[in-house]
Design a protein around this ligand. Structure first.
Ligand code: GLP
Length: 241
């Protein structure tokens, strides 16, 4: 496990984008695992700039997003489908047919979960998975639990996540209560994992994930058993280490 410290969130974004850009330059048909939330936005901004300047070509890249809300139309401004288009896909030369976000509105949720895991395997697996971390230590939407769940699955969001994500919605009652998420197994199968955390409100989750026992109450703690994980933190997120 490598841990790199930076002064601020912008530098974390530039470092993450540099690693992703190197991956795509080395392997133009890379499969990238992408994340939503505020944390990866500086990374995506830097990738957009690298693409616009002709440094990185996404035309052969495939992407799989970690998660999506259930029961929220994909066209809703808070859906992760909309987020990805707005923050990245609409501004780079990735083929929209090669971008994948799980369907949170599928009639058969189990079938959709199996289909999504299968699609990742068929694409050859994820080369680099980018992750943020929830204040409760979640990755993707794998909430604190008694076990780690292997595959893609439906999750009941915890109150702390509903409150954390409330800022994007008009009312708390509008925040979806369920989500579909890659499981811990699918995340751990990525050949490399980049975990990003910025800001003081992530310091406790980072301390628990990196310093306490590996346990499913802090789902990110499992990353310590991955053979190629790079953790990029700003000073604030590293404040309790
Ligand atoms: C959401 C997402 C996670 C993300 C987390 C942190 O719940 N499902 O993938 O890492 O929130 O978000 P932020 O980066 O906005 O703090």
């Amino acid at each position: 496990m490598q841990i790199h410290l930076f002064d601020n969130a912008e530098q974390v974004g530039k470092a993450a984008a540099t690693l992703l850009a190197a991956q795509v330059i080395r392997k133009p048909d890379s499969v990238l695992g992408l994340a939503t939330g505020s944390t990866p936005i500086p990374t995506y901004q830097e990738l957009i700039s690298l693409c616009k300047n002709g440094i990185v070509d996404f035309s052969n890249v495939t992407s799989f997003n970690l998660d999506e809300y259930c029961n929220l139309p994909v066209t809703h401004e808070c859906s992760y489908h909309s987020f990805m288009k707005e923050q990245l896909f609409n501004h780079i030369n990735i083929n929209p047919d090669n971008t994948h976000v799980p369907d949170g509105n599928a009639a058969n949720q189990q079938e959709e979960s199996a289909r999504y895991d299968h699609a990742i395997n068929r694409a050859g697996g994820i080369d680099v998975q980018i992750l943020g971390i929830g204040r409760n230590g979640h990755i993707g939407f794998n909430e604190p639990a008694d076990t780690f769940v292997y595959g893609c699955h439906i999750v009941n969001l915890t109150q702390s996540t509903i409150e954390a994500n409330r800022r994007f919605f008009d009312n708390e009652s509008d925040v979806p209560r369920q989500a579909i998420s890659l499981g811990i197994g699918s995340i751990m199968n990525a050949r490399q994992v980049l975990l990003l955390a910025t800001g003081e409100d992530k310091a406790d989750a980072i301390r628990k994930a990196l310093r306490e026992d590996i346990n499913p109450q802090v789902q990110a703690s499992i990353l310590r058993t991955h053979s190629d994980v790079i953790i990029l933190l700003d000073k604030a997120a590293a404040g309790l280490l």
